[in-house]
Design a protein around this ligand. Structure first.
Ligand code: CO
Length: 312
């Protein structure tokens, strides 16, 4: 009998986010793309919207704009957004909901704060990233909306690690969303468990830490985005916190996340991974295709309303 041991991936780099304004002036934190780091194949962008406390009547959104050649994934952590597109889809996204939009051959959509939320104000916190389905760039646009209650969740034996499985599998739970290319999108929470924080023989066990061990196939590119808190990552236990992106080397089959022993608060991270496409990426604003000529075509198609318009 042989036992196979998986190797823990090391950290290849830690990237800081830049702050930028999107749409009508929504404040986002963005680890990529930026001038020094354009994409992380097959991922094109990660934006963290807020968290920001919006005053009544002051919420900003992204009115009608086109996309072609990729998918957008919106995961709302707090607040409410409203979506409309030229395919006739309309939806309201609440806290914990996921929207998976395949722009494919082209779609015009709007992403705005939901009206009542905008009037009352409140906290808005959400994420969006885009990926690039291989030869599916010109497929028919598709729209999937998954309410929070349908997102699979799991936790470890003592509750110190819990996960929301948006895509892929973790801790025995599988996602309901089916993706074109293999993608992993996991939202982990690590905190000292009630059990490990208890005292043993009258002595508090201070060294207790939460540890998440997630299998990630070697051929996947994998990164973590830290939403809140501070953690230790990879074989070398590198430290990263709030708003930082941790890039893993493709040198193992396991990603390890730890909440540090001195952590005062829980650690919230997204683990995102996918098989690289190794194809040329040409972007121009909202279009991401493989050649310059296809960009020219996309602009022409949009100007001539071949991507449709929102008229409801
Ligand atoms: Co958009």
């Amino acid at each position: 009998m042989t036992t196979q041991t998986r190797t823990i991936r090391t950290v290849a780099g830690i990237i800081n986010s830049v702050q930028t304004l999107e749409g009508e002036g929504m404040l986002v934190r963005r680890p990529f793309p930026k001038s020094t780091f354009s994409d992380f194949d097959p991922f094109l962008l990660l934006d963290e919207l807020g968290p920001i406390d919006v005053e009544p009547g002051r919420a900003k959104g992204a009115p009608d704009h086109p996309h072609r050649g990729f998918e957008t994934v919106s995961y709302i952590l707090e607040g409410r957004l409203e979506h409309k597109d030229s395919q006739g889809h309309a939806g309201k996204l609440n806290s914990g909901d996921v929207q998976w939009m395949t722009a494919g051959s082209g779609v015009v959509h709007s992403e705005m704060p939901e009206r009542e939320f905008a009037n009352l104000g409140g906290r808005l916190h959400g994420l969006q990233w885009l990926n690039l389905p291989r030869h599916d760039k010109m497929i028919k646009p598709r729209y999937q909306e998954i309410p929070a209650q349908q997102i699979s969740t799991a936790q470890n034996f003592d509750g110190s690690v819990s996960v929301k499985v948006i895509a892929g599998e973790a801790l025995g739970a599988s996602a309901v969303i089916k993706t074109g290319t293999p993608i992993m999108y996991l939202h982990f929470t690590l905190q000292r468990s009630a059990m490990s924080a208890a005292t043993r023989n009258g002595r508090a066990i201070r060294e207790a830490v939460a540890i998440a061990v997630q299998p990630v196939p070697k051929e996947y590119n994998a990164f973590i985005y830290v939403l809140d808190g501070e953690g230790l990552f990879g074989a070398g236990e590198e430290r990263a916190g709030d708003g930082q992106m941790v890039i893993f080397a493709q040198d193992g089959e396991e990603v390890v996340i730890k909440n540090s022993a001195d952590a005062e608060s829980p650690l919230y991270v997204l683990l995102i991974a996918g098989v690289p496409l190794n194809e040329p990426v040409v972007r121009y604003g909202p279009f991401v295709i493989n050649t310059e000529a296809e960009i020219v075509q996309a602009i022409d198609d949009y100007r001539n309303e071949r991507m449709g318009s929102i008229d409801f």
